[in-house]
Ligand binder design. Sequence first.
Ligand SMILES: [Zn+2]
Length: 230
Amino acid sequence: MTPHEAKQRLVDAGRLLEAHGQADFTNGHVSVRVPGRQDIFFMKPHSIGFGEITLDNILTVDLDGTVVEGAGRRHSEVFIHTEIYRARPDLLSVMHSHPPHAVALSCTGETLAPISQPAAIFFEALPLYDGEIDLIRTPEMGRGVAAALGPHRAVLMRNHGIAVGGVSVEETTVTALMLEQAAMIQMLAMSSGRAAPMFAPEKVRALQKNLSRPDQHVVNFNYLLRNLRA
Ligand SMILES: [Zn+2]
């Protein structure tokens, strides 16, 4: 993948995140490592919405959070990205947002239950960061989020939002959308006041394996993009 192609994927991801309920005014951000580089990444700038990312306004940022290319202001929460990238060399893309159902779930004290297909991919794999409700403005706070994430793909941030990482922009984006979908289903189910028995853990793990194929995330990303353009 060329740097241009990586930037284009970031533009596409922004449009999908905007269209699928991940926007909270201009809060939220998404990034991707510069192809072939572990020390710098492309990132959405501050003061614009997810859907307003363009090839020209994307910032290039290093692992200290310093902008090395681009004129826009960078998000103060850049440290979610820098510290996850430092802790997880395997991840090539990171995002953070405030989707309402995931935030609501984080306020209940409940964990995400494996009661739907999108929830299954997070089974035993969605830790909670509860160090702060404030913006993640320092490397130390970013390290707290990265530590909570551990070896997983996503972390729920109590009373605040989600942070998601993936091996591609496509995986990061689709994982974020699946997390919000799963949280919405759970909040609806919980609002009924009833709890039905869950499937056995081994059945959920089998589904989790099926749903976690990286190629399927790319298929779904491209589908959503075609839908947006139609
Ligand atoms: Zn935030």
